[in-house]
Design a protein around this ligand. Structure first.
Ligand SMILES: [Zn+2]
Length: 433
């Protein structure tokens, strides 16, 4: 998740919020006035006003917010695709290492939505074999790249609009509860999917799934659960076990603010790996969970490079070589991650690749390839992560066609970028059973 609203969209959303809030408060004030005057709280305007405002908020609010923060727009038309290129695309095993679709709990991922970027019908249409569903549990208001404190949370409002339970919105330990809620959502979608969605937890699952997929091409997709920001542990090492039991297999220490494990690239102090962070990483390694260093501060990344004993990934990022900001990876970090056998997954949104076109994504892929080789780069869309992108996952074949037309990538190279490299890492890093 990266949460950057186009300004005109933000204004529209604020206007909607103010209109609903005004109707609600006027209705409540009117009810209170009538109650004080007559002793009877059942005033017509009060009841109708409250019902209409809450009804509108709950019926249209989630989708309006979703459409506002997850638009599909492109600075240039999508590249064309030939029948032969599409056939090649359909033969690929595609892996996307990052999407925040579970945050939008009002959506049924078994149904095709006109909002956002990912659901099971669109994953099947895009021929995505494995989608990592990453969980966000807290997101500061007015997020920016430079400096964010851990004192506000825009997910409280999003949860309220999506009618989460009060325990998830306001309760103690609600970050862990929010993570578990999102895990269970994916398991429920899987159960109700008619075998169209499999949740992968280990290497045996992965082997069986790939075999099944070969026998039923185009009929099935899979999810892996991840978390961005280990403040979801609520500061307790034993909560790793709880999240593991819920199916989480990949975790990133930080998101948009510094926490007990380390500093965020967008935090205030941006410190390195803490003692607690070291304990967490060792425990994750012992449980064969995948470490994701997206959003890490420079110091945290430096420390993890020295400390980690298994290869690790950056689930969604840009590179400073094509888009120079604190969000993105410096060359030295790309080199170290590749040297340790990890992978850099390129995100699709403006602040990661400095544009919203397929070419911008491919430029970043090329940059990593030229720096460290084709074996260390993959896809990490950040779909549904409050980002503006050029296409949803159903149109992923356009990325394949652009890579094929570019001339600089062989078919073997395209296979690796679109999922081969990620699959190699999942086969290596997921728990054996
Ligand atoms: Zn993110």
């Amino acid at each position: 998740m990266d949460a950057f609203l186009p300004e005109h969209n933000e204004e529209k959303l604020l206007l909607f919020g103010y209109a609903i809030a005004s109707l609600f408060f006027i209705s409540v004030l009117r009810g209170l006035y009538i109650f004080l005057k007559t002793g009877n709280p059942c005033d017509f305007v009060f009841v109708i006003g409250c019902t209409v405002s809450l009804g509108v908020l709950w019926q249209t609010g989630p989708q309006l917010i979703d459409d506002t923060v997850n638009p599909i727009t492109s600075t240039s038309p999508l590249p064309p695709i030939t029948a032969a290129q599409n056939l090649f695309h359909q033969s690929l095993t595609i892996v996307d290492m990052h999407a925040d679709s579970l945050l939008w709990s009002y959506r049924n991922l078994n149904l095709r939505s006109s909002s956002g970027h990912v659901d099971i019908p669109r994953l099947l249409e895009g021929n995505v074999a494995i989608q990592t569903f990453t969980i966000v549990t807290k997101s500061p208001k007015n997020m920016n790249f430079e400096s964010n404190v851990n004192t506000s949370d825009s997910l409280t409002l999003l949860g309220l609009v999506q009618q989460w339970s009060p325990a998830l919105i306001f309760g103690g330990n609600n970050l862990l509860a929010r993570a578990i809620f999102q895990c269970q959502q994916l398991h429920t979608f899987s159960k109700l999917s008619n075998n169209q969605l499999v949740v992968l937890k280990n290497q045996i699952d992965l082997r069986n799934y790939l075999l099944h997929r070969k026998q039923h091409p185009g009929k099935t997709t899979a999810g892996v659960l991840g978390i961005e920001g280990m403040h979801a542990l609520e500061g307790k090492l034993e909560n790793i076990d709880k999240l593991y039991d819920e199916g989480v297999r990949m975790m990133a220490p930080v998101h948009f603010f510094d926490n007990k494990l380390g500093g965020s690239a967008h935090g205030v102090t941006k410190y390195g790996l803490t003692e607690f962070g070291k304990l967490v990483i060792r425990k994750m390694e012992a449980k064969s969970m995948i470490l994701d260093v997206a959003h890490s501060s420079t110091l945290l990344l430096d420390d993890i490079i020295l400390f980690a004993e298994r290869p690790f990934v950056v689930s969604h990022t840009g590179v400073r070589g094509t888009c120079n900001n604190t969000r993105n990876l410096a060359d030295t970090h790309i080199e170290s991650i590749a040297l340790l056998g990890g992978m850099i997954s390129i995100a699709y949104f403006d602040q990661a690749v400095c544009g919203t076109s397929v070419k911008h994504i491919v430029d970043a892929i090329k940059y990593v390839r030229d720096l460290v080789g084709i074996d260390y780069v993959g896809l990490g869309s950040d779909f549904d992560g409050s980002v503006e992108v050029a296409f949803d996952t159903s149109k992923l074949n356009r990325l394949t066609s652009f890579l094929l037309d570019d001339g600089g990538f062989s078919k073997e190279d395209v296979k690796k970028v679109m999922g081969g490299n990620a699959l190699r890492l999942l086969q290596l890093l997921l728990p054996k059973e």
